[in-house]
Design a protein around this ligand. Structure first.
Ligand code: GDP
Ligand code: CA
Length: 304
């Protein structure tokens, strides 16, 4: 059993790559819910959906989110009505949120609905929201308090962040199976996801960080930062704004109490000694999963 702490796109790609190298039923993704939101009365879980769609081969690569071959008739009509349409939801994607919301209203947990959607899409990888409770990552910024999607989508993460909060995290309960998976897994992988807004909201759920600290020698991370930059999103900028080096060394430093090994990109090989000085082992390979060959190489390095 392999546990993978997961955000959205970077994690989805790593899970897809790992699925090609090991039995996918051994993979247990523990997924961030800090980006989840309610919009139009619907419960939307961006990271869970990105992973589900990607593993089902349905992800929209041009947009980097949502379903391929999507249409936008509902959003177009909503915009024409003058409704709130800055958070785009495709017509087919809406069905996922309608289904999830109806099931939740009838008493199902987010974990159960996640499994139902995964089963519908024929996934073999096990997906767990880290908690069934509501946890919301929010930001204090130069222009005031912002919810996750106000920061990320509405403002295109283009404002200075002064602090990040994980509202509800410390009072939450891990979802069924989460702590057991982390205790029993032979390997715990931290996916190349945003450390501050994808991985930290998982670590903040009671019990999670403690288990990783106790099992540090079994934890390996993949750096989402290559040559000082994120491939997408604000990971580099947020690391800097929160006082960390925006580099694979900064990522290693951020995880130093929970990670024994980090995989960095070959372009960052010259940073190896700085990371080793933190007491963390380094593996160097190609970490950009833009084709099957690179992805498979990265997956094999993680498992080795
Ligand atoms: P989300 O997709 O916005 O939920 O965000 P994630 O936290 O999963 O992913 C964003 C991070 O993933 C960014 O810092 C990217 O640099 C990183 N990322 C995405 N794809 C890859 C990849 O193929 N390789 C590596 N090393 N990092 C990646
Ligand atoms: Ca996300």
């Amino acid at each position: 059993m392999i546990a993978v702490l997961s955000g959205g796109v970077g994690a989805a790609r790593l899970l897809r790559a790992l699925s090609g190298v090991v039995d996918p039923t051994s993979l247990h993704a523990i997924v961030n819910v800090g980006d989840d939101l309610e919009m139009h009365g619907l419960c939307i879980c961006p990271d869970l959906d990105t992973i589900t769609y990607t593993l089902a081969g349905l992800n929209n690569d041009e947009l980097g989110w949502g379903l391929r071959g999507e249409s936008w008739r509902v959003m177009d009509e909503l915009a024409a009505l003058g409704g709130e349409s800055w958070f785009a939801l495709g017509d087919r994607d809406l069905a996922t949120h309608l289904y999830r919301t109806q099931r939740l209203r009838r008493g199902a947990t987010k974990s159960v609905v996640t499994s139902e959607l995964a089963k519908h899409h024929g996934l073999s990888v096990h997906l767990f929201p880290v908690t069934d409770d509501v946890v919301a990552t929010t930001f204090e910024t130069a222009i005031g308090h912002l919810t996750f999607q106000e920061y990320f989508v509405q403002r295109h993460h283009d404002v200075v962040v002064t602090s990040i909060r994980y509202e509800g995290a410390s009072d939450s309960t891990p979802a069924p199976g989460v702590l057991e998976t982390l205790r029993d897994a032979s390997l715990i992988v931290i996916a190349p996801s945003n450390p501050l807004i994808s991985i930290e909201p998982i670590l903040q759920i009671p019990g999670v960080r403690d288990i990783l600290q106790g099992r540090r020698s079994s934890v390996i991370a993949v750096s989402p930062i290559i040559q000082g930059a994120a491939l997408k999103g604000p990971a580099d900028r947020l690391l800097r704004e929160m006082g960390f080096d925006a580099s694979c060394v900064g990522v290693a430093n951020y995880y130093r109490d929970i990670v024994a090994t980090i995989v960095i990109d070959e372009a960052d090989e010259d940073r190896r000694a700085e990371i080793e000085a933190l007491g963390i082992d380094v593996r160097v390979t190609t970490t950009i999963m833009h084709n099957e060959q690179n992805s498979s190489m990265l997956a094999k390095t993680v498992l080795a």
